[in-house]
Design a protein around this ligand. Structure first.
Ligand code: SF4
Ligand code: FES
Length: 363
C-alpha cells in the first residue's frame, strides 16, 4: 500500500438484498440481487479475515435485512474472532429473542435499528410492512436488555418532519445511546420517490432547530447525529469520507464498491471478492482509483480550498443531477448547476402528494 493510502476504516458487508420491508427511500439498487447470487458463508468468512488483515476496525452487517441470512451468527463470530468491532444495521422486524441470542453469543457489539416514524400507521405506509412498528420496538428493548450499544435511526421526510421532537423522546425511552436523525438521501428508491419525500425549506429549518435544541438539552446523556438533505445545502458532504478513502462495501453478489450507488456510474467495472483479495481490490481496483484523491478533479474543485475536506462531494449525485459523475456536485454553490438544483428543491418540495413507488422483493 502506498504511503498516502490508508486502509479502510470499515467494511460494509451487504450480505443480502432480501428484506421484508419495502422502504420508499431504500438506498439499494433498483435491480436487486437474488438469493441465488449471494456469496456463500465460506467466502464471507475469508473476506472478514481479509478485512481485519487489511486494517479495517469495524464491520457493519447490513442489507437488505442481514438477519434474513441464517448464517449471520457464523459471520459475526468470524468477524469478532478476527478482531473487528461488529455492528448490525437492521430494520428490527426479524429480530426476536431467538435471533438475537446467538448473535450476542457470537460477539455482536452494536445494533442500529431504523424507524420510519413514531406513528405506526404512518411508518408502515413508508416502510411498506404492516405490524413493523411494534416489532421494531420489541427488538430495541431486547437489544437494550442484552446490554448491547443501541443506535436508533429515524429517517425524516416531508410526511414526518413535524414529529422529530417525539422521535428523539422515543429514542431516549428505548435506551439508545445514540440517535440518528437523517433526512432521506436521494439515491436508489429515494431518488425515484424524491418528489413525494423532499421537505420544504421551512420544514428543514424547523427540524434543524428541534435537533439543535435537543442536542443542547441532552448534552452528555445522548449523542444525536443529524444528516440534512443535500438538496437544500450549499456545501456538499464528503460522501463516504471521500471515494475509496474510508470504506469498502461488498454487495450481496461479492462486488467491491466504493459506495452504495457506485453501480449507477457508467464505465466503472467492479472487482469481485470471488476473484481478488480485499487488499488487491483496495489498492489496485480501477473503480476505487477512479475518483480517489484529487487528481481526477477539474475546476472549480481542482483549486478549491475544500477539495481535501469534502473530496468534491458525491460522485453518484453528480451523475444523477448533472449527468456526469466527474462534474462538481451540484449541491456546491460553486457548481454552475447549483441554482438549478435549488429551483428543483423548491418546486418538488411544494408539489402536492405524488404517489409512492415501492421496491419489490428479490427472489
Ligand atoms: Fe467541494 Fe468542489 Fe465545491 Fe470546492 S468546488 S466546495 S471541492 S465540491
Ligand atoms: Fe456514490 Fe456518494 S453515493 S459517491
Amino acid at each position: 500500500m502506498s504511503a498516502s493510502l490508508q486502509p479502510p476504516l470499515a467494511l460494509l458487508a451487504e450480505v443480502t438484498h432480501r428484506c421484508p420491508m419495502r422502504c420508499v427511500y431504500c438506498s439499494n439498487p433498483l435491480v436487486l440481487e437474488p438469493r441465488s447470487a449471494e456469496l456463500d458463508t465460506a467466502t464471507w468468512c475469508r473476506v472478514l479475515d481479509e478485512a481485519a488483515a487489511l486494517g479495517c476496525l469495524h464491520v457493519h452487517f447490513s442489507g437488505g435485512e442481514p438477519t434474513a441470512r441464517g448464517d449471520l451468527p457464523k459471520l459475526v463470530a468470524q468477524a469478532s474472532a478476527a478482531g473487528l468491532y461488529v455492528n448490525l444495521i437492521t430494520s428490527g422486524v426479524m429480530l426476536d429473542a431467538g435471533t438475537l441470542a446467538p448473535l450476542v453469543a457470537a460477539g455482536l457489539e452494536h445494533v442500529q435499528i431504523s424507524f420510519q416514524d413514531i406513528e405506526p400507521i404512518a411508518g408502515e405506509w413508508i416502510g411498506g410492512l404492516k405490524g413493523a412498528h411494534a416489532r421494531k420496538l420489541s427488538a430495541a428493548a431486547l437489544v437494550a436488555d442484552a446490554g448491547l450499544a443501541l443506535t436508533v435511526n429515524f429517517v425524516v421526510h416531508r410526511h414526518n418532519a413535524s414529529r422529530v421532537a417525539e422521535m428523539i423522546e422515543l429514542g431516549r425511552s428505548m435506551r439508545a445511546g445514540r440517535i440518528e436523525v437523517a433526512h432521506v438521501q436521494y439515491y436508489g428508491w429515494g431518488l425515484r420517490n424524491r418528489a413525494s419525500l423532499l421537505p420544504t425549506r421551512e420544514q428543514l429549518d424547523r427540524v434543524t432547530a428541534v435537533v439543535e435544541a435537543a442536542r443542547e438539552r441532552l448534552r452528555g446523556c445522548l449523542v444525536i447525529d443529524y444528516v440534512i438533505p443535500d438538496y437544500w445545502a450549499r456545501l456538499p458532504k464528503a460522501c463516504m469520507g471521500g471515494w475509496g478513502r474510508r470504506f469498502i462495501l461488498i454487495d450481496p453478489a461479492g462486488r467491491a464498491l466504493p459506495c452504495h450507488a457506485a453501480t449507477t456510474i457508467p464505465g466503472l467495472s467492479f472487482d469481485s471478492v470471488r476473484d481478488r483479495s480485499l487488499s488487491e481490490i483496495w489498492t489496485q481496483s480501477p473503480a476505487f482509483q477512479r475518483f480517489r484523491g484529487t487528481a481526477w478533479m477539474s475546476e472549480p474543485c481542482a483549486s478549491c480550498e475544500r477539495r481535501e475536506i469534502d473530496w468534491g462531494g458525491c460522485r453518484c449525485q453528480a451523475l444523477a443531477l448533472a449527468g456526469d459523475a466527474a462534474a462538481t456536485d451540484p449541491v456546491c454553490w460553486k457548481s454552475p448547476r447549483h441554482d438549478a438544483l435549488a429551483g428543483l428543491a423548491a418546486s418538488e418540495s411544494s408539489m402536492q402528494q405524488a404517489s409512492l413507488v415501492y421496491r419489490g422483493s428479490p427472489a
